[in-house]
Design a protein around this ligand. Structure first.
Ligand code: SF4
Length: 721
């Protein structure tokens, strides 16, 4: 047995909870991961991903040298010819050849420079990465804004919490979690909705369960699935998918009708109350019962519980924003907090639980098409000037394309050269067949990643990034806590830290684009990148690596002696007053019918993470090696199928074959498929209808049919991994 020679304190690379990982190592071998009892987030506990999921870094499929597709004529662009003679196709590993860093970086920068010169900066786009560090994301968006000159910059936040972000920005002027997750112990009533917290944020769920069992917190779960938190709830509101606006607006109706709202708070801290209250008149509990299926008495009880709580809080995840009316869903929740004054105090709050380990930080760092770092608006001339002064090149003032719009621009040819760092749009985009056709149109695609994932198979160049254990940096967790990521060992093979790769690409691009004034790229350590970000982003101004040695700091941290901010909005909201909005109920885009009689909803499971790029290359894949569809026992005879049978699930966009799991967890008429499995990708089925404000797709509702499939068809699916 190996004896450890080092313990390195770092942060878990999977979910937004942000648990501390102490990695026990010998040489380059991680022996185990533990967490201290006194860490403010993890409190001695890790879920299975943090405890065991890190071995993906040793997987033999890792890319450890730059790769260039063999069918590329590297010198062709310089001779005025296209890069390749035949259309872009998916490649197998043998279709790439190993290259030197110099050769790969020359090709990447030749292509991007040529695209900018021939078609302009907006013919390029980039997907930043919610798994990478703040420093990696800051550097990448800086390169695209300050060197290339486009705002076509986005990342997976568009596909998860965009509706929450837009609603919170409109209503309050800030989109982050308002309070600290562990304040659950101070809630006497907590609403948890659209969140399978026990599987997606397991360590926060552990604290929620503890609060419910031992500290008197009454939990109200509002969810169409019988998620595990229902077992700890005082009340379960099992609404039909897509009926959040009527459900939560009916609660507002009751609070108004019974005079339970906080009149001083509404008068002093909010605006547009009268128009909002008028729009709530039609949302009676009886109306909401008809639409949502939740008994009116339960709606009334939930409204009274939350409104009369001393400290009430709302926690939500992707079940709220991933709809064509996701922004309105989040607004309906915000209204409840503004009505009752359960915001701006410890133990209250509006708490969108962020998914990936650094989705909050990637957003803070400016990986967004209409916000520079720190949510500073691209169309504000003073902001442009502020960034020009530091970057020596004015970033573009107009809004860029969002994730879903970029994928559409592949199809139309508006975007010709694409840079993808660590993301996998060909697993995460809705209506995947369409996305596959669209990406074939790109003239050039570079992927910077640990593995060749589904998107990487279309790439011309793969740049090998270092894993989180092979680099320094910071992640910002779901409750705004900036924490250190520490290098445990040097990068494997020829892999490099993302910020180092980006700095090198940026310098070469500046030369090829003949920039007379250049930005600073000679960072010796990522701490210098965070300090530069702090000069531009007021809420990060007081954060330095030295100050992150303990439990990290929760932004805003405006000065070097500021202790951080556990909860927001004590005296005011960033926009001044909190704003109410008038709401109407609109039905979801695709309803079940005779041809497609079930509603499909998608989401995560405990053992895997997102598109599976990391967890499916880890030992967690043994715990859950294949996809499944959850079906209610009352629905199984309609297929017909039994638990474990092979079934084919089809929507108007495609079909997949997978195994049926017959379970009470699924509501009648609603089936659930996790989205981690490429061999039966749930997004082959989902619809690409968008929320018009947030541009987030409707992942949570589409109509499907289910038929028996053969064991041979299932075997064929499973072999396709
Ligand atoms: Fe990692 Fe999230 Fe699990 Fe904590 S709860 S160990 S951050 S995956």
């Amino acid at each position: 047995m190996l004896a450890e020679d080092k313990v390195t304190a770092t942060t878990c690379p999977f979910c937004g909870v942000g648990c501390r990982l102490n990695l026990h190592t010998q040489g380059n071998q991680i022996l185990s991961a533990t967490t201290p009892y006194d860490h403010v987030v993890s409190r001695g506990n890790l879920c299975i991903k943090g405890r065991f999921g890190w071995d993906f870094i040793y997987h033999p499929d890792r890319v450890l040298k730059p790769l260039i597709r063999k069918d590329i004529d590297v010198g062709a662009p310089l001779r005025g010819r296209p890069l390749r003679e035949r259309p872009r196709t998916q490649a197998a590993r043998d279709d790439w050849r190993e290259a030197t860093w110099d050769e790969a970086l020359e090709l990447v920068t030749d292509r991007f420079a040529a695209t900018v010169k021939q078609h302009g900066p907006d013919a390029t786009a980039v997907f930043c990465c919610a798994k990478a560090t703040n420093e990696d994301n800051y550097a990448l968006q800086k390169m695209f804004r300050a060197v290339i000159g486009t705002n076509n910059i986005d990342h997976c936040t568009r596909l998860c919490h965009a509706g929450s972000v837009v609603a919170l920005q409109l209503a309050l002027g800030s989109s982050a979690m308002s309070n600290t997750a562990s304040e659950i112990y101070q809630n006497d009533v907590a609403i948890i909705t659209g969140s399978n917290t026990a599987e997606t944020h397991p360590i926060i769920a552990l604290q929620m369960k503890d609060a419910a069992m031992h500290h008197g917190t009454q939990i109200i779960v509002a969810d169409p699935r019988r998620v595990e938190m229902v077992n700890f709830a005082a009340l379960w509101l099992c609404q039909k998918p897509g009926t959040d606006v009527p459900l939560f607006s009916a609660m507002a109706h009751v609070i108004l009708a019974e005079n339970l709202y906080n009149k001083p708070f509404v008068a002093e801290r909010t605006e547009n109350f009268d128009a909002f209250a008028k729009s709530m008149q039609d949302f009676t509990p009886e109306f909401a019962e008809r639409i949502s299926g939740v008994p009116r008495d339960d709606i009334v009880r939930a409204a009274r519980m939350y409104a009369t709580a001393k400290r009430g809080a709302i926690y939500w995840a992707l079940g709220i924003p991933e709809h064509t009316h996701g922004t309105e869903n989040a607004m309906a929740l915000i209204h409840l907090a503004l009505l009752t004054g359960h915001i701006g105090k410890e133990g209250t709050g509006l708490n969108p639980l962020r998914g990936q380990n650094n989705v909050q930080g990637a957003s803070d760092a400016g990986a967004m098409p209409w916000d520079y770092p720190g949510y500073q608006k691209a169309d504000d001339p003073a902001t442009v000037e502020k960034f020009r002064a530091v970057w020596h090149h004015a970033p573009p003032p107009q809004r860029g394309l969002s994730t879903t719009e970029i994928a559409e621009a592949w199809q139309t040819g508006a975007v010709k050269s694409m840079y993808v760092m660590g993301e996998n749009p060909l697993m995460s985009e809705p209506n995947l067949r369409h996305a596959h056709h669209a990406i074939e149109n790109l003239e050039f695609l570079v992927c910077q990643d640990l593995f060749i994932n589904e998107t990487g198979r279309y790439a011309d160049v793969i740049l090998p990034g270092a894993s989180w254990a092979e680099k320094d940096g910071t992640f910002t967790n779901t409750d705004r806590r900036v924490q250190r990521v520490r290098k445990v060992f040097e990068p494997f093979g020829d892999a490099r830290a993302d910020w180092q790769i980006i700095s090198e690409v940026a310098k070469r691009l500046e030369r090829k684009l003949e920039r007379t004034q250049t930005a600073f790229w000679d960072y010796k350590h990522p701490s210098e990148i965070l300090e530069e970000m702090g000069r531009l982003v007021p809420s990060y101004a007081g954060i330095t690596y030295d100050r992150l040695e303990g439990d990290g700091l929760q932004w805003p941290v405006p000065t070097r002696d500021h202790p951080g901010t556990p909860f927001l909005f004590e005296k005011t909201f960033p926009r001044g007053r909190g704003k109410f909005f008038s709401l109407v109920y609109e039905v979801s885009k695709e309803q079940p019918d005779d041809a497609y009689p079930f509603i499909l909803t998608t989401g995560r499971v405990l053992y895997h993470w997102h598109g599976g790029t990391l967890t499916r290359h880890s030992q967690l894949d043994f715990a859950m090696p294949e996809p499944l569809v959850e079906i209610n026992p009352a629905d199984a005879p309609r297929v017909p199928c039994k638990d474990g049978d092979a079934v084919r699930v089809s929507s108007r966009r495609g079909s997949i074959v997978l195994r049926a799991k017959v379970t009470e967890k699924a509501a009648r008429g609603v089936v659930f498929i996790p989205f981690h499995f490429a061999e039966a990708a749930a997004n082959v089925l989902t619809i690409d209808a968008l929320d018009p404000q947030a541009k987030i797709p409707e992942y949570k509702i589409c109509a499907v049919k289910i038929e028996p499939a053969t064991a041979a068809e299932l075997e064929q699916t499973l072999q396709a991994t």
